[in-house]
Write a protein that binds this ligand. Sequence first.
Ligand code: F3S
Ligand code: F3S
Length: 105
Amino acid sequence: TYIIAQPCVDVKDRACIEECPVDCIYEGTRSLYIHPDECVDCGACEPVCPVEAIFYEDDVPDEWEAYYKANVDFFDDIGSPGGAAAHGVIDRDHPFIAGLPPQNT
Ligand code: F3S
Ligand code: F3S
């Protein structure tokens, strides 16, 4: 899967959403999250993020390793809705993201 890391937090440009052919990029309160089971690794989202927040899972910088787990675990109690647009904005974040001080301000 691809994941979204620190540069997205409190920024949420949302350009990535338009590129994803399977609509698997879900919006939380402070960040967006890529669904690890719905993402087909097409990579279309990665180059359009203006702050370079998106990485293939094996390419996540070490300093942002925790964002892999945050992206995956975010969906523990959501399951696989099969489409972010229909599901709508999710008014919370993974606890790791929620606990961060203001980012990228
Ligand atoms: Fe975030 Fe970049 Fe998408 S800032 S919402 S990952 S375009
Ligand atoms: Fe969509 Fe990006 Fe995966 S465009 S399919 S989230 S690599």
